[in-house]
Design a protein around this ligand. Sequence first.
Ligand SMILES: Cc1cc2nc3c(=O)[nH]c(=O)nc-3n(C[C@H](O)[C@H](O)[C@H](O)COP(=O)(O)OP(=O)(O)OC[C@H]3O[C@@H](n4cnc5c(N)ncnc54)[C@H](O)[C@@H]3O)c2cc1C
Length: 543
Amino acid sequence: MEDKTDFLIIGSGIAGLSLAVKLAPLGHVTVVTKKSRSDTATNLAQGGVACVFGPDDSFDLHRQDTLFAGDGLSHEDIVDMIVRQGPDRIRELIDLGVPFNRDPEDPERLDLGKEGEHSRRRIVHAEDFTGQAIQKVLGDKVSQLSSVEVLEDHIAVDLITESKIKGHLPDITARDRCLGAYILDVGTGVIHTFLAPITVLATGGAGKVYLYTSNPDVATGAGIAMAYRAGARVANLEFVQFHPTCLYHLEAKNFLISEALRGEGARLLDSEFRPFMEKYDPERKELAGRDIVARAIDTELKNSGKECVYLDISHRPADFIQRRFPNIYRTCLQYGIDITSEPIPVVPAAHYMCGGVVTNRYGETDLEGLFAVGETACTGLHGANRLASNSLLEGLVMAHQVSLRARETFPELRSRGSIHVPPWDIGGAVDMKEAILISHNWDVIRRLMWNYVGIVRSTKRLGLARERLLPILNEIQRHYWDYKLTRDFIELRNLAQVAELIVMAASQRKESRGGHFTLDYPYKDDWNWRRDTILQKSKTRCE
Ligand SMILES: Cc1cc2nc3c(=O)[nH]c(=O)nc-3n(C[C@H](O)[C@H](O)[C@H](O)COP(=O)(O)OP(=O)(O)OC[C@H]3O[C@@H](n4cnc5c(N)ncnc54)[C@H](O)[C@@H]3O)c2cc1C
């Protein structure tokens, strides 16, 4: 079945929906999303959006903090652009109705939270369910726009490119073009051919590649895998950010304990309830970068053989905790933990993919007509590690940037002659009767990645991971055309692909940097030296 649209957006998080709102006046926008529209990482975001609003803050300070976190690999021009656009994009959200908290002393001002590695209070938030508030307002807005349709339970299988359809490009130097995507309607099992002058990957992260993750089930790296298969560059995939503090409880699935707790004074305690961060970062302690805190916890757990460490905010007044962190307070209470009077058991978990599909400052990828935005993209903002709360900001700003370029290129791309695209051919594919084939491989990949390609890596472990992934990749490849595609099978294929890419990227990096730490190439220098060098480098470039 062939469907035509002007703009095909794959994904309904902050990136996909805020872009849909901006493209709506230009033509027909189709948003496909593989579950319900609010099954997104966006919906889970607690802390907020980093943005310069404070009287003691400046774009330069936000820029510097982002560059420090990025450990020398962030692109300064992109950092600068994203930081500077922040306030305008936040005002747009306020105009749409997002109920960001106001400063209790001065309601004209926004209430600003503090998080690790931020030198100022700059986290704009809606209590501690900021993402949910944004997701709801964007979802409601999109429902009111007649030119936007959202197709739930539709999962993208692969991108359609000119070279694949024609079997070749006009010449070796020609740029390939994206023509749309094959999309499986999960309800009917039919794979549709969606054609669009402009296709946008807004598929979020890849946390489900790891056994322990804060990410929702939808985060299976689809955009990265599809773009890679279509021939677009992907980069920085070794830089997986591990969040130091996910709730450790047998019944809790992926519940994050926001960084904002440490921003408000929460201490990390070992199994004997002794603070330990001073050993690892005497200056910043709990407010050190996420990679440092996650590694410190990993070391404590490996040394003690215990299952978890503890995060304690109970020294703050109970009414403050309940007011500032209602979501975390209520959720922990549901599991029998009263955070106003006792410490919270926590473990680190895969949280954010700093790398992704390489884009320029307008979200354009290597393929004409193909954009990437949000967590799936690698714009150069995060470098080797993401500064907390910079990702919602990036999603918003880059969606705006994509809309600007789409506005320019859409008429020309639309006017190109159409190419006949054959429908998806299921050939002799049969129903897969044994779901165990998928769930077993899924489980193997996630354990392998956690144990061998996790917070602390080594050349040997990476080699073993690659060896063990190869037979799984071959098996998936062998069976790909034998069975009718299902959501689980599509996800497994993407997950395996992204796992392999992470291992390849990690193996190539012969140093420890940002979110990538390997025992074979430990950090050569201490934090203060690295920070001064990054600052010096950035100053020299700006002069
Ligand atoms: C628990 C948690 C807390 C966080 N807190 C913060 C925070 O406080 N501040 C901050 O800045 N960042 C935070 N982050 C990170 C931030 O939420 C994400 O990086 C951001 O929301 C990503 O937005 P996105 O639009 O790129 O992707 P998402 O919001 O994840 O949306 C991805 C969309 O793509 C769809 N999709 C995926 N694959 C396919 C496919 N093949 N076909 C069709 N649809 C597909 C999904 O169904 C989903 O709709 C947090 C993340 C988590 C998990």
